[in-house]
Design a protein around this ligand. Structure first.
Ligand code: UDP
Length: 330
């Protein structure tokens, strides 16, 4: 079975992919500096605790593990932080990716799967957004993802022995339905996680950032996708590359969205808790609508999402949220 090196495999999305790879018999090695990830989240294979800036360790890992493919999740992901500290984002997300690509080149590893983001589109002109929409990121985080996509395109054009798939994630949420892993970052900025922490009483109130958007109820609409469906997309992208597929870029979303108010109502319903919600100012840089056109990944990779159900997404996230504290103390 193929050997897969997973950077950021101890983080939120990476750990779900490691689980799926392990369940499907792949040999996995996680490379993670544990800055936001957790050792317990790596359910299959070994964990190398190291930074992608550490080229010596990286080279050693390639030399010894000899991966057939690399999946690259390790990145800094907090948009407001990227606005305050762009150099950290360019270093972690762009420079470290170049280190990884150089190691792949040196050790002749051909296949690369990249965690990209709908943030590369910025404020889209057309909804749903298709992959050929222009890349116009509106924050440094999105810029770093778009920059890496351009590097990948140029690298694939420059030689025959490098192919990649870039997956542009929409709003990833939910947790492993078996409850072994889930979102466990120190900061909770995302809507569903924040709403659950408010429902639990860990945060006092939920703020709705903007109620005057040009949407039916005035709040922003997003395409929320279950983390296990995202993980599945990585698995089929991997099979596609290992079977000799050409380099390509795919949106990962369900193709329909929910407003902030709809999400809040669903959180109340699923948790059975009432909590304080207040209307607040718009958050800078939020596009009113972000919904994927997912026809390409469905047609070309035959991706079949299993969990396109907001209540299920929130239920798995809620079950996980209720286990998280204990897990962090383990
Ligand atoms: N949002 C909100 N209150 C919060 C967190 C998020 O109203 O406490 C809104 C945010 O402005 C956006 C949507 O929820 O319109 C989704 O935000 P999130 O940070 O989850 O994901 P993003 O779309 O920014 O990647």
């Amino acid at each position: 079975m193929a050997k897969i090196l997973v950077t950021g495999g101890a983080g939120y999305i990476g750990s779900h992919v490691v689980k799926l790879l392990g369940e499907n018999g792949y040999e996995v090695l996680t490379y993670d500096n544990l800055s936001t990830g957790h050792k317990w989240a790596v359910l299959y294979g070994d964990l190398i605790k190291a930074d992608l800036a550490d080229k010596e360790t990286l080279r050693k890992v390639f030399k010894e593990f000899k991966p057939d493919a690399v999946m690259h999740f390790a990145a800094s992901i907090v948009v407001p932080e990227s606005v305050k500290n762009p150099l950290k984002y360019y270093r972690n997300n762009v420079v470290n990716t170049i280190n990884l690509l150089e190691a792949m080149e040196e050790f002749g590893v051909k296949n690369f799967i990249f965690s990209s983001s709908a943030a590369v589109y910025g404020i889209p002109e057309k909804i749903p957004i298709s992959e050929n929409a222009p890349l116009n990121p509106i924050n440094p985080y999105g810029e770093t993802k778009a920059t890496v996509e351009r590097i990948l395109r140029d690298l694939a054009n420059s030689r025959d022995n490098f192919r990649y798939v870039s997956l542009r994630y929409f709003n990833v949420a939910g947790a492993d339905p078996e409850g072994k892993i889930g979102f466990a970052y120190p900061e909770a900025t995302h809507l569903i996680i924040r709403a659950l922490k408010v429902a639990k009483g860990e945060i006092e109130k939920l703020e709705i950032y903007g109620t005057d958007y040009p949407t039916p109820d005035g709040t922003c609409i997003r395409d929320y996708i279950h983390v296990m469906d995202i993980a599945e997309a990585h698995l089929i992208a991997l099979e596609y590359l290992l079977d000799g597929g050409e380099s390509d870029v795919f949106n990962c979303g369900y193709g329909h969205g929910f407003s902030v108010k709809e999400v809040v109502e669903t959180v109340k319903k699923v948790t059975g808790r009432k909590f304080k919600v207040i209307e607040a100012e718009r958050r800078p840089g939020d596009p009113p609508f972000l919904v994927a056109d997912n026809s390409k990944i469905k047609e070309k990779l035959q991706w079949k999402p299993k969990y396109d159900d907001l209540e299920f997404i929130i239920k798995t996230a809620w079950d996980w949220e209720n286990k998280l504290k204990k897990k962090l103390l383990d």
